[in-house]
Design a protein around this ligand. Sequence first.
Ligand SMILES: Nc1ncnc2c1ncn2[C@@H]1O[C@H](COP(=O)(O)OP(=O)(O)O)[C@@H](O)[C@H]1O
Ligand SMILES: [Mg+2]
Length: 549
Amino acid sequence: MMNEDEKIVLNGEQEAALGVMMSGANVFLTGEAGTGKSTLVREFLRRCERECVVLAPTGIAALNAGGTTIHSQMMLKPGLLNPLALDPLTDGNRCRVLRMAKTIIVDEVSMVRSDLFCAMDARLREVASGVRKEMPFGGKQMILVGDFMQLPPVVSDNEERKFMDERLGGAFAFETDLWAAAMFRTVFLKTVHRQSGDALFRKVLNNLRHGNFDSAAKVLNNHCVGEKTFRSPPVCLCTTNREAKAINDAARMSMKGEARAFRAKVSGRFLEAEFPAEGNLELVVGARVMVLCNQRSEGVLECVNGDMGVVTGFGADGEAEVQVRLDNGKSVTIAPHAWEKTAYSQEVDPKTNAPVMRQTVIGSFEQIPLRLAYAITIHKSQGLSFDCVSLRLGRGCFDHGQLYTALSRCRTLEGLQIDRRLLPADLIIDESVVRFHSEMEELREEMPSGYCWYEEAMQYYLRRMKTGNGAAIPADVKQAEFDFSPRVYDDPALTELCRLHERGVINKYDAPVLAPLVRNVSAGVGVKESEFVTIKRLIAKYGDLPQPA
Ligand SMILES: Nc1ncnc2c1ncn2[C@@H]1O[C@H](COP(=O)(O)OP(=O)(O)O)[C@@H](O)[C@H]1O
Ligand SMILES: [Mg+2]
């Protein structure tokens, strides 16, 4: 997935988009499937000198974008999240990474549920200091990447649905107040690259996006339904986990190598539908598999969620271990992994009598984190490209964007086979996404060219914010907010600097140098690392002088 990029030259609109991303603005990078959004992110990472963190809602999407999952980086538990009541960050390393990052990139944002979206904001404010705590996402540059015409976030039950509708405005990230507050500058990509060699297929996919079912179905039903010979073995895309499992099981049964079964250890409230891996995992030497979580061996990352490979052996004496040769050439040993499920409950705080939310572990699931990889669900395929796809619609699509996501994975009409004729009911489009898109179109027309969005957004926040003691924010503090060079917030030298200022021992030449530094420290925006030379000089010069009479 990653080395495909070597031969890619960005086109004009991608270069222009890169310019906006480089500007430091909060960006929503969108466009049809295959317009090169994820490719552009990888190019941005190569060119951008700021520290960036790339996140995605699922393991596979994270691998495709070259990052890690939001849950893992932000230390969030699976299940419903209450952004107002997260456990504090405990992992110092992950905390430092977040604090250092200037830019946070989130791919496949259409699948980021509103509670997760707001939890990211809470985490980034948690690690921020000074005025940045009051800013959306702790004042970091956010680059959201994705297409809301593709799959929506997963909402597993009515309780979750209710929480999000009532508390967050809905399950989509764009339905939250936070989305509006972060003032994303929307950048559209228009040229489809994934199906670049197939104009007819591009037209079909575009028709589906716009709800023109009949013209799209005519072509697909003529070209893709029925037997086909493929250039390479196709990946089966299924609507349900159950069907993907049946295909994988059949592939496994046809293999003659050594076989082994692994039973999951389940405790507490863990419904079968929520199992993050097979309850009974049956593997055979030679089978193609996908890794389901990051695994470390003595602190070193061995493999990540979404890696593909082939089973080469099992642990001796029935030990629960599987040897896998990954497609990247590395051989790894996969040991059991434990997933925890948590839930929120409302309790009354005995001291204040006020209701408080608590999060507790209610179940756990331990299994070898592998699955067979002959077939995957459409949900897990989002973001990937395949030469040959066998689409199993079976009883039909049930989710917004599901049909479009599935079809747009394939590069050509020729490489696509569908198990039955398409029905109008297969095309499901969520009304709130249609509304969001038309609002975005309107906004886009209003935006004057050459408009400096970042500056405007910053001014907006700074006008609304006050420093800790309620005073207006001085101009040089505003300047500090535009500067991406590394800053220091806590250091004994800064305390010493403020003491010098209070003691009034500074001469009239050094006073104008000291004043803005002290102002930035007390406003909580810290000082630039490069200013430390000056600070050290001032302390050396005045530190030991007695207070003037
Ligand atoms: N400028 C480009 N020139 C040629 N191919 C490109 C270009 N940008 C992207 N691609 C290819 O198009 C396909 C889809 O790109 P991807 O970044 O996955 O799209 P998206 O994330 O928008 O769905 C990939 O195979 C990628 O290599
Ligand atoms: Mg993508």
